[in-house]
Design a protein around this ligand. Structure first.
Ligand code: ADP
Ligand code: MG
Length: 704
């Protein structure tokens, strides 16, 4: 139940004076959550994006030109335009003791002007000063008020960005009324923290932002740094982190099991690897084994850029679970990847004396029945597969660890579903999407994180070049030379439209074109191919029977052919940054130098150009992700807009990263000290969770 103290804030906006049948839909469109009518709180969380100063400052002669100012003036005389020129402006000349100024009106009835600025009146006029014909003038002042009404002039007039047909002034009036309804809420923030950050109360902060006393409070960098905005952003950060911490605490309350292995299998596999683990891999493995050994459930995210070597860490984690006498499963987002994992793991498993089986949607018949039986009776120790591993008919004898590869293709529900396939299953999620730290906190704040921040040694940097589509002929010639020298090449065709058939046609056409030059060295793979054909296309490329593989974006995630050193991406301008980075990650995996050619069709828009430039500049996935965040905003980086995860209203992950981190620590402490949110601060924090629509987390409190 929502605390009743919040009722005035959750009341519909139509309860405000001035929000009638005409205005209400505009307000809804501007601030409401999808499918709901706007509430008062929605108006209040729509913060101004700037302001115009209305402070009376100085004299006419000193007033800055080109900036909005307010001046106290006396009207001296009227200068109507010549009678025969109806388009001519009406000028009102006014002065103070420093000089005079013309206040200019076009197309305004004379009677109205005379009422507004009668001769002899003292008035405050507010607007922008221009110089015309050597004279100062103000065209159509924004505001004209009597001297005794000067207090009604806000010090700063707020601007509300897009207002969907509402003027900023109308919106400001509505918000003004909404501010009157804000109750005094119990303080949910730690008092020492508030004092240190010089934060106002929630209510005062809203007031300070919607009725700012200076433009700097709401505009630009200064606005972002203003304690009032930061206070509200922190409130939202704390609500989100507390919600995650509560969910996490609940998951941990379900008892885990301690899985301690003797290290025998891990050592056997490590010895057989053709390389030594990097420091980062070893550290991640230590984290994982410590988690598994503890008697709480593991929920760990293994984050590492493309090519960082996550798979082997996953394998060793599985070996560790098996040492402890349990089973392990590794799940991949696509059939190709599941098969690739299986192909790589199977020989290692064999040598270590482990039993392993593959299960995908495609497997049927006897093989499938054997795998299912083996999982169920425990005779198969490692399961590798796709979503098929979730299906109800799949049962495990004693699943100890679930490894989920390439997390961003799986939803949260799915990762929990696999965890439900056994008693106290430890979960390791591996993601190749370099999620900016701040976002990782937001969406995976319920998990512990290990980061592979070190690539395997001996990798050479990938050279990335931008090439205009018109030079495709030269590119093909260059590829010919490279192929003669033994190179293996990916040629990626873009998503042309939302239609797979059309994409497919583009890829098929391109493969045909290239086959004219390179004959049967050209392979083709795309999403619509039957699975077995895909496998075959992949196998031939892997084996070097084909050396130029034309593909749609099916190769985006995870494919590992270390011999491939060249990638051509057609219409690179149509891809997002994250996707380009993923694609490019398919090369540069061996010790040979690699080249990525980004073919683009001009003219490039500003953002498209920025994306391609970033790709040329850096290979650092985290940097790319941060830039992506700046270019696109938070919701789209993780595709959350579609998935319906709550986004932020006030917080900006790209600037408020530190607030999020502080909030996470704060939330964890709260949950440790007051896991049921029953103390005085706990009660106040419940209010906070409702305020920011994180109330689903409150329900976990009752659920135990
Ligand atoms: P990703 O993190 O993108 O999933 P993979 O696990 O596919 O990366 O590994 C990329 C490549 O690096 C593979 O060919 C793998 O065999 C190799 N690799 C992994 N760890 C090391 C290491 N420590 N030293 C050298 N090569 C490694
Ligand atoms: Mg991988």
């Amino acid at each position: 139940m929502r605390p009743s103290i919040l009722d005035p804030l959750f009341a519909p906006a139509t309860g405000l004076p001035g929000v009638g049948p005409k205005i209400a839909p505009l307000v809804d469109r501007l601030v409401a959550e999808p499918g709901q009518p706007a509430r008062i709180v929605d108006l209040l969380f729509h913060l101004p994006t700037g302001g115009v100063s209305r402070k009376v400052a100085g004299k006419i002669a000193d007033a800055p030109v080109g900036e909005p100012v307010s001046l106290v003036v006396t009207v001296s005389h009227h200068q109507p335009g010549p009678l025969n020129r109806s388009k001519a402006p009406f000028r009102v000349v006014a002065d103070d003791d420093s000089g005079d100024i013309a206040i200019v009106f076009f197309n305004m009835p004379r009677a109205r002007i005379e009422r507004l600025l009668p001769i002899g009146a003292r008035k405050v006029v507010s607007g922008k000063i221009e110089v015309y014909d050597g004279r100062r003038q103000m065209v159509h002042p924004d505001r004209v008020v009597d001297l005794d009404e000067i207090d009604t002039l806000p010090a700063v007039e707020t601007i509300y960005g897009q207002t969907e047909g509402l003027t900023s002034r109308m919106f400001a009036r509505l918000v003004g009324a909404a501010l009157e309804r804000v109750p005094d809420l119990p303080e949910w923030q730690d008092p020492a923290f508030l004092a240190r950050e010089r934060f106002l109360s929630f209510r005062e902060a809203l007031g300070a932002l919607h009725r700012p006393d200076s433009v700097e409070t709401v505009a630009g960098e200064a606005g972002l740094a203003h304690p009032a905005r930061r206070r509200l952003a922190y409130d939202e950060a704390l609500a989100s982190q507390l919600a995650l911490a509560l969910v996490r605490a609940r998951q941990r309350r379900k008892p885990g099991r301690s899985n301690v292995g003797d290290g025998r299998l891990v050592a056997a596999i490590t010895e057989r690897l053709p390389y030594a683990l990097t420091g980062a891999q070893a550290r991640a493995l230590d984290d994982i084994r410590a988690d598994m050994a503890s008697d709480t459930r593991m929920l760990r995210l293994l984050q590492g850029d493309v090519g960082a070597g996550k798979t082997v860490v996953g394998l060793l984690a599985m070996a560790s679970a098996i040492e402890a006498g349990r089973q392990a499963a590794m799940m991949a987002p696509t059939e190709i990847l599941a098969r690739q994992h299986y192909a790589r793991l199977q020989p290692l498993a064999d040598e270590a004396g482990l039993t392993i089986a593959l299960l995908t949607g495609r497997d049927r018949g006897a093989e499938r029945r054997a795998a299912l039986a083996g999982f169920a009776d425990g005779s198969i120790q490692i399961a590798v597969g796709t979503h098929a591993l979730f299906q109800e008919e799949v049962a495990f004898h004693d699943l100890g660890l679930a490894v989920v590869d390439e997390q961003h293709r799986f939803g949260v529900h799915q990762r929990l579903a696999l965890g439900a396939k056994g008693q106290a299953v430890d979960v390791l999620v591996m993601t190749a999407t370099p999620i900016p730290r701040t976002l990782a906190l937001t969406y995976f704040g319920d998990m512990d994180v290990s980061i592979l921040d070190e690539k395997p040694p001996g990798r050479q940097p990938i050279q990335t070049k931008l090439v205009a589509q018109g030079r495709i002929g030269e590119v093909v010639k260059g590829l010919g030379r490279a192929m003669e020298a033994g190179a293996r090449i990916y040629w990626v065709c873009p998503l042309v439209e939302e239609s797979e058939t059309i994409d497919l046609a583009a890829a098929e056409d391109r493969a045909e074109d290239l086959a004219r030059w390179f004959g049967d060295k050209v392979g083709l793979i795309h999403g619509r191919m039957p699975g077995r054909e895909k496998d075959e296309a992949m196998r031939r490329f892997q084996a070097g029977e084909t050396t130029l593989l034309v593909s749609t974006t099916v190769i985006e995630v995870g494919v590992d052919v270390p011999e491939a050193t060249i990638m051509v991406i057609e219409h690179a301008e149509r891809f997002g940054l994250a996707q380009l980075h993923q694609l490019r990650g398919r090369i540069g995996r061996g010790s040979e130098a690699s080249t990525c050619l980004l073919l683009y069709k001009g003219p490039l828009g500003e953002t498209a150009r920025a994306r391609l430039e970033i790709m040329r500049e850096t290979e650092d996935g985290f940097r790319i992700a941060e830039e992506d965040l700046k270019l696109r905003g938070e919701g789209e980086v993780l595709g959350t807009r579609q998935s319906g995860l709550p986004g932020f209203k006030l917080l900006r992950p790209e600037t408020d990263g530190r607030l999020l981190e502080t909030a996470r620590d704060d939330a964890r402490l709260v949950v440790e000290r007051d896991p049921k949110l029953e103390g005085p601060r706990g009660e106040a924090l419940r209010v906070l969770l409702y305020l920011f629509s994180r109330d689903a987390a409150v329900r976990t409190l009752g659920a135990g």
